[in-house]
Design a protein around this ligand. Structure first.
Ligand code: AMP
Length: 302
């Protein structure tokens, strides 16, 4: 079993939704991705927090097998993001982004992590994602996430990054924005032209598509009552890469199953507020829901 390296934000999130205001709960792309990956494999986290970040959370991550040598603790406050969801959870608005210690973040990959074969570049500035690639040594698979903010402000660096990643994980709206196309088949084709061999397009509550050359795979969505979609994308990516790392292979059949495992972990994530549901989740529960996914789409037979 191989380990995976996760680089991204570790944060406090303030979330407004139909249930009320959830003030300064733990979040961040690297937090969601590493908890999700830790169901499958050992995870090494690279990120930064301020001195205000709670020790209990650090201990909880460590107990799950997340290696925190790469978590820098700096003078100052932890990154804080505040967002509001519509009551039907289909849209969110960012109300506040206080970068704090994250403003000067320069990912430093500990020597011990540099040969880790599976690398997840969480949603941070593309230059920082590139600097991670400068520090690691011939990874087997690099997965990158990005968002509209970087598409609009750092397109050149993002294009350079995409030439060097194996898998791009992106939501449908941002995939359309980046490709300039509308129909999914054209969107996928354009994104594959930018460099990655595999593109995964997430459709939120409607599932995900995987495109790799001529190979296409569609994962259904799981019907559930979502409470907080924050971190769903990072949980998908973390679960996806964790499954691939545990398998030690990025063969097409492994990637298909990894999409289902990533979707499954994300489906649990949205059932709780922040990371709370992920922290009580077990591997058995994941396997049971993967079976439900299977029956959802099974139709072959006599
Ligand atoms: P997701 O819902 O998967 O898009 O990710 C939500 C997480 O992204 C939250 O926990 C935030 O802390 C984090 N986040 C929000 N804005 C940024 C940003 N500009 N850079 C890095 N992480 C961010």
């Amino acid at each position: 079993m191989s380990e995976m390296l996760v680089v991204g934000s570790v944060a406090f999130d303030t979330i407004h939704n139909a249930e009320g205001k959830h003030e300064k709960i733990v979040g961040g792309s690297a937090t969601y991705a590493s908890i999700s990956g830790s169901f499958f494999t050992g995870v090494q986290l690279v990120g930064i927090v301020g001195r205000d970040f709670p020790d209990q959370v650090v201990s909880a991550l460590r107990e799950r097998g997340v290696d925190l040598e790469g978590l820098e603790v700096a003078d100052g406050e932890t990154f804080h993001w505040e967002g509001r969801y519509t009551d039907d959870l289909t849209a969110r608005t960012s109300l506040r982004t206080e970068l704090n210690v994250f403003a000067d973040f320069q990912p430093k990959i500990p020597e011990r992590y540099r040969d880790t074969p599976f690398v997840m570049l969480g949603n941070i500035a593309p230059e920082l994602q590139l600097s991670v690639l400068e520090q690691v040594r011939s990874p087997q698979l690099v997965v990158a996430d990005t968002m509209n903010f970087w598409i609009e402000s750092k397109l050149d660096a993002l294009r350079e990054l995409l030439r060097r990643v194996d898998v791009l994980v992106i939501n449908e709206e941002e995939a359309r924005q980046l490709s300039g196309r509308h129909h999914l088949i054209h969107v996928a084709h354009e994104l594959l032209e930018l460099g990655p061999q595999t593109v995964i397009i997430k459709q939120g509550e409607y599932g995900a598509w995987l495109f790799a050359g001529e190979h296409v795979f569609s994962a259904p969505a799981f019907l559930l009552e979502a409470r907080d979609p924050t971190g769903a994308g990072d949980s998908f990516a973390g679960g996806f890469l964790g499954y691939v790392a545990a398998a030690g292979s990025a063969d097409p059949a492994v990637l298909r199953k990894a999409v289902i495992y990533g979707s499954t972990v994300a489906s649990f994530c949205v059932e709780g507020i922040g990371v709370e549901r992920l922290l009580t989740l077990t591997r058995d529960e994941i396997e049971q829901r993967v079976e439900k996914f299977r029956t959802l789409v099974e139709f072959a037979g006599s």
